[in-house]
Design a protein around this ligand. Structure first.
Ligand code: HAM
Length: 411
């Protein structure tokens, strides 16, 4: 037997129904905020992802050479592809540009619960503004989407620029940011002590401890002096308070990708184990790296698979009819099925089973009605109908049967 590659999954109809419901919900909200859907290629030039994604991502890229010897990669995320597309295709679209996407991504990670090698992201990018209002818009959009799922989650907001200012001049800044991001306090202490940066260590640990406290931004201002970045984050926070969005300010959020420049945010859910991050995003500047003019942008991606895992969903049951064809009357059965399919879900026999076996299949397939088509039905114009939920059996013309179904659906 050939099985699926490690870290990938198959999805059966029940799971797909749930995923499509969630997807429709997110699409609907994104459209209400004025975002339009985009699609980029599943693979891109490897370089697109190595320029500014950060060590974490680079080690996880699925890359390969094609037959022409080009270095290509399956996309690990969509922010870099969307930025590339904007530079290549969107010269005449007025700014800001509001795009959303729902697509699969690939990362060569060690698979575990909630962490896959193929996974889906639902994301948005708001391109062309560095105003705090742009951050407020995408954070409130992420919040609205998560809220609508009914999942319990915490939202944390930080600013990578503030953290970078505090660490300015310190060797191994990116490494320390990664340790702070992982909340690895012992690792941070160890590293900064070794490099003799006790003063920086004090500031960093103090801000790590103050995560969630109302005074954290005043404390940060003491460390960095007056700063536009702190004012920016304060403005974002005020707007979010005004929108009654609950969040925690956490200046330790560094994010796994290196392209962020400003406000960053993450959402975490309970009940997922170690992989509890269900949303990540923030503001970034990538365009100049791909040969375009610098464009301030902001966005986020929801971890669709993790959210689907927590999403409680009871499928709406669709009425299903089985047409039971008496051998020799298949032609009539297929005609009736076509007519009924204008309004209802209908299955017909394709196994050339006996009438008895067609009935038992209709029951085990969860059909609500079995409708017999044979000589008697053709001669009298009345169908034999069995309600498989109640066991009742009766005769009815096709028209009356359709009317009765429409009527019971509207009750
Ligand atoms: P990210 O935090 O790397 O950000 O990914 C976003 C979300 O994708 C994560 O919060 C997580 O829920 C989900 N995710 C990541 N890796 C996996 C995996 N191996 N299996 C399942 N789910 C996973 C980005 O990708 C940025 N492009 C987000 C962004 C958009 N920033 C600005 N705009």
């Amino acid at each position: 037997m050939i099985s699926k590659p490690r870290g990938t999954r198959d999805f059966l109809p029940d799971e797909m129904r749930k995923r499509r419901t969630l997807e429709r919900m997110f699409r609907d909200i994104a459209e209400r905020y004025g975002y339009g859907e985009v699609k980029t290629p599943v693979f891109e030039h490897l370089e697109l992802f190595t320029i500014k994604s950060g060590e974490g991502i680079i080690g996880e890229i699925y890359n390969f050479k094609d037959k022409g010897g080009r270095d290509l990669a399956l996309r690990p995320e969509l922010t870099a592809p969307v930025t590339r597309m904007v530079i290549e295709e969107c010269h005449s679209i007025p700014r800001p540009i509001r795009f959303y996407y729902f697509d699969n991504c690939f990362r060569y990670e060690r698979p575990q619960k909630g962490r896959y090698r193929e996974f889906w992201q639902f994301g948005v990018e708001l391109i062309g503004s560095d105003s705090p209002l742009a951050d407020v818009e995408v954070i409130s959009l992420a919040h609205t989407m998560l809220d609508k799922t009914g999942i319990e989650f915490d939202l944390n907001i930080g600013h990578v620029g503030i953290l970078r200012d505090i660490l300015s001049g310190v060797e191994g800044k990116n490494h320390i940011m990664r340790l702070i991001d992982k909340k690895d306090r012992a690792g941070v202490e160890d590293y900064l002590r070794k490099t003799g940066k006790d003063e920086v260590l004090e500031k960093v640990t103090s801000l790590m401890d103050m995560s969630g406290s109302a005074e954290i931004l005043d404390e940060a201002r003491r460390f960095t002096g007056d700063s536009d970045k702190i004012d920016h984050l304060k403005t974002v926070a005020e707007h979010l308070h005004n929108l009654e969005i609950e969040f925690t300010i956490d200046l330790g959020i560094a994010r796994g990708l290196d392209y962020y420049t400003g406000v960053v945010f993450e959402a975490y859910a309970e009940g997922l184990g170690a992989q509890n991050q269900i949303c990540g995003g923030g503001s970034y500047r990538l365009a100049h790296l791909f040969g375009g003019r610098d464009i301030p942008s902001t966005g986020f991606a929801l971890g669709f698979d993790r959210i689907a895992e927590l999403f409680e969903y009871s499928p709406e049951k669709k009425l299903m009819i089985a047409i039971i064809s008496v051998p020799g009357f298949e032609k009539h059965a297929l005609k009736l099925a076509s007519k009924l399919r204008e309004r209802f879900c209908v299955i017909t026999d394709v196994m050339e089973r006996s009438v008895k076996n067609q009935f038992s299949h209709a029951s085990s397939a969860g059909c609500d009605y079995a409708v017999v088509v044979g000589r008697k039905e053709i001669e009298t114009g009345e169908l034999t109908i069995k309600n498989l939920n109640t066991g009742e059996q009766y005769l009815m013309t096709p028209e009356r049967f359709i009317d009765s179904l429409i009527q019971s659906a509207s009750e």
